[in-house]
Design a protein around this ligand. Structure first.
Ligand SMILES: Nc1ncnc2c1ncn2[C@@H]1O[C@H](COP(=O)(O)OP(=O)(O)OP(=O)(O)O)[C@@H](O)[C@H]1O
Length: 218
């Protein structure tokens, strides 16, 4: 599903953020990405999200080479990805429904299909009754679930999450992880960057560890 082959990334005027990173994440596999601050976790996720380009190596997403794709193709390829962020990145002047609907509207879906899919996504994260609320009227855990509903509404094959539980207490973090496990069970691959070593060990999934840009455990 996701394959890194000897991937390196150097930012202009900065050192190497990733050095010769290779790994393969299978369909329906869930893994954590850990490492100290500055180890390169966010950089690795940005390469997958096509927000940055690697300087060496190849990255395959579902068999397609995604480094060096033309700008025109990026929105199309991103539809196969669900992106989740620590700070939710919701539009606070739009309702929960509109936030979740956004990727579908951008993709040009008909209104009735949008409504059907948004409700299905909100149902999966347990927020069906909150469609008309605005994000700031929700708790942090609920806002993150809106972010998750938005990430899955396009039925992605791979979910990547950058510190998704960073702002949540342990109970809510466990709840969010449980949701990821449910996606995994229906064949979605999930890669989660986190500092929360305790949570990683409790759950017992594969751990990819970065140290100063090198993948030291996978
Ligand atoms: N846009 C950028 N321009 C220049 N250097 C950058 C940029 N983004 C990251 N870096 C550098 O690349 C290295 C890896 O950073 P990255 O953000 O990927 O690490 P991280 O493991 O996600 O850290 P954190 O846990 O603090 O988010 C760091 O040395 C950082 O300063």
């Amino acid at each position: 599903m996701l394959k890194f082959e000897h991937v390196s990334k150097r930012y202009p005027d900065a050192g190497e953020a990733l050095i010769d990173v290779s790994f393969h994440l299978q369909k329906g596999e869930m893994a954590f990405l850990t490492g100290r601050s500055g180890a390169g976790k966010s950089t690795l996720l940005k390469l997958i999200a096509m927000m940055e380009q690697c300087t060496r190596g190849n990255i395959f997403l579902d068999g397609q080479l995604i480094n060096r794709v033309s700008e025109r193709k990026v929105p199309y390829l991103r539809r196969g990805l669900g992106l989740i962020f620590q700070d939710y990145k919701l539009l606070n002047d739009r309702t929960v429904f509109d936030n979740v609907a956004l990727p579908l509207v951008v993709s040009g879906y008909q209104a009735n299909e949008v409504a059907r899919r948004v409700r299905a996504s909100l149902d999966k994260v347990g927020l069906l009754g909150k469609e008309r609320k605005y994000p700031l009227a929700l708790s942090g855990g609920e806002q993150q679930r809106v972010g998750i509903a938005r990430a899955i509404v396009n039925k992605p094959k791979l979910i990547i999450a950058d510190e998704p539980t960073g702002n949540l207490d342990p109970d809510l973090s466990a709840e969010v992880m449980h949701m990821f496990e449910q996606f995994k069970q229906v064949g979605v691959s999930v890669l989660i960057a986190t500092h929360d070593i305790e949570l990683v060990h409790v759950l017992g999934y594969r751990v990819l560890t970065l140290d100063k840009g090198h993948l030291v455990a996978s």
